[in-house]
Design a protein around this ligand. Structure first.
Ligand code: ATP
Length: 250
């Protein structure tokens, strides 16, 4: 069964429809890349999956979205966002808060650790999972803002992983990183997909080719093509997809 499934999903901002009837399946334990030109609706689609879209009062959503077969619009939003975590293009730790507290805060606010010891264990577990522990173990009390950009992004991933999510949404997570840090995040995602579904927006077809299992190609709010990554790159069925993956459509 799909981890996430949408049926007839539509989103509009005021009079403008930006997602126009999307039917999409996100398989579990794999990386699905959302590709498409600027403004095609990739970020909007991602924001529906954890209902972040509801923070935009002008956004109107209709259609169906299921997580493990359950209607996300009927779920408790706090539960949904715990299970479906998100990381963004610009790493957004709280810069003055310590490395430890950045990961611990969400756990504390949601009362997910029963003791100080459990909290420490979960923070360490998340930092290890995000492959950051070895770099920060001696300075957990230092402000997060002192970390490099790549480290800050892995800290944000650790913060998300602390909730032990089932789905990780990533909106261009490497767009602001150099090739070395990009490679680290890509390797990390390949590890993480063993435990969860990852949905990643990317502007780089090469990145989708390197790490995704499936690609959904969006154009003007519609899914033009969806399938196994290899098929999308080697035998795209639609001309628009072919143009995009060969760098002739932006
Ligand atoms: N809060 C908003 N109010 C009005 N229009 C919006 C809002 N957010 C997004 N849009 C519009 O919705 C459309 C889809 O935007 P979205 O950010 O989802 O596209 P995208 O594919 O992620 O683009 P990019 O690759 O440039 O990030 C765009 O035309 C955008 O202008």
């Amino acid at each position: 069964m799909s981890k996430i499934e949408t049926r007839g999903l539509r989103v509009s901002f005021g009079q403008t429809q930006v997602i126009v009837g999307v039917d999409l399946s996100i398989p579990d334990k794999s990386i699905t890349a959302l590709m498409g030109p600027s403004g095609s609706g990739k970020s909007t689609l991602l924001r529906v999956f954890n209902r972040l879209i509801e923070l935009y009062p002008e956004a109107k959503v209709s259609g169906e979205v299921y997580l493990d077969g359950r209607d996300i619009f009927k779920m408790d939003v706090v539960e949904l966002r715990r299970r479906v975590q998100m990381v963004f293009q610009i790493p957004n730790p709280i810069p003055n808060l310590s490395i430890f507290e950045n990961v611990a805060l969400g756990l504390k606010l949601n009362r997910l650790a029963k003791s100080k010891r459990e909290l420490q264990e979960r923070v360490r577990w998340a930092l290890e999972k995000a492959q950051l522990w070895d770099e920060v173990r001696d300075r957990l009390g230092a402000p997060a803002g002192k970390l490099s950009g790549g480290q800050q992004q892995r800290l944000c991933i650790a913060r998300a992983l602390a909730f032990q999510p089932e789905v990780l949404l990533a909106d261009e997570p490497t767009a602001n990183l150099d090739p070395e840090n990009t490679a680290k995040i890509e390797a990390l995602f390949l590890e993480l997909k063993k435990d969860m579904a990852i949905v990643m927006v990317t502007h780089f077809p090469q990145q989708a080719a390197r790490i995704s299992d499936y690609v959904a190609f969006l154009y003007k709010g519609q899914i033009v093509e969806w399938g196994a990554t290899r098929d999308i790159f080697t035998k795209p069925r639609h001309q628009l997809t072919e143009k995009y993956v060969t760098g002739r459509l932006y």
